[in-house]
Ligand binder design. Structure first.
Ligand code: MG
Length: 266
């Protein structure tokens, strides 16, 4: 029975957060215990397209809400953006449309916040304080030759009170002005998975991506050669597998069921 457990063949795990561990900020039933158990099989990182928080703050918020995690276990798209630009260009002058996670992680990686017209890169994510004036500043910077990096292009973001505009809404505003992003680092981009695998120190074939969205979590995992597990506690459904043709390696009702080894036969 133990030998047939689907998770024992992997050396590490990438987990989405929303729809897997929490929903609208509240932990899903038994998810914290399942996370603790998963860590006994192999190291875990939480890979999220949310750019609004730094690793430190994201870990603190999850811990406060009853999912104890440390900062080194969280990989938000703010961190992925900073790491990507560090690897490609060492240090850049940047300006941003987004929330606190972007400038915090960019500064930690050695990048320098500049005035829009002096910026080499504009880094964009979900921004709940977006204004026309900020969009105009971004346009000025892009017309002056700044390059555009999107942390993610998620259309919406789930909250306790329903969906709100996500990072994709801000990216879309810039696209509407004629400036599509030069690079998108969040899932399903390969960049996100490579930063997460680098944090785990393992190869794609040794890792499992666990998520609730076929088009991002699962498709992106397959794109870098990883096995994947879809949990049905979030966005995607079994019918979605047929509709999209994106076939996860494993499907489970929710994350605790997956960790117990209860996978569905489709
Ligand atoms: Mg999700």
């Amino acid at each position: 029975m133990i030998l047939r457990h689907p998770l024992h063949r992997y050396r590490g795990f990438l987990l989405d957060i929303d729809g897997v561990l929490v929903r609208g900020g509240t932990p899903l039933p038994n998810a914290p215990d399942a996370l603790a158990h998963l860590r006994t099989i192999g190291p875990v990182v939480l890979l999220t397209n949310n750019s609004t928080k730094s690793r430190q703050i994201a870990a603190a918020r999850l811990s406060e809400r009853g999912v104890p995690v440390c900062a080194s276990e969280v990989i938000p798209s703010s961190f992925i953006a900073a790491r990507y630009l560090q690897r490609e260009h060492r240090s850049v002058r940047f300006w941003y449309l987004g929330e606190g996670g972007i400038p915090e992680e960019m500064a930690l990686a050695g990048h320098v916040l500049a005035e829009p017209l002096q910026a080499e890169w504009i880094v964009v994510g979900m921004d709940r304080a977006l204004t026309y004036a900020k969009l105009a500043s971004a346009l000025g910077a892009l017309l002056a030759g700044a390059r555009l990096l999107a942390t993610n292009r998620d259309a919406t973001y789930p909250t306790e009170t329903g969906l709100v505009p996500g990072g994709g809404a801000v990216v879309g505003a810039l696209e509407g002005m004629g400036f599509p992003p030069e690079v998108v680092v969040g899932k399903p981009s390969r960049i996100a998975y490579h930063v997460a695998l680098e944090a785990l120190g393992i190869a794609p074939e040794e890792a499992l991506m666990i998520g609730d969205r076929l088009e991002t979590d699962i498709a992106g995992g397959h794109g870098v050669g990883m096995d994947t597990a879809l949990v049905l506690s979030g966005i995607s459904t079994i019918a979605g597998i047929e509709q999209t043709g994106i076939r996860p390696t494993w499907v489970a009702l929710d994350f605790p069921a997956l960790v117990r080894g209860e996978v569905l036969t489709l």
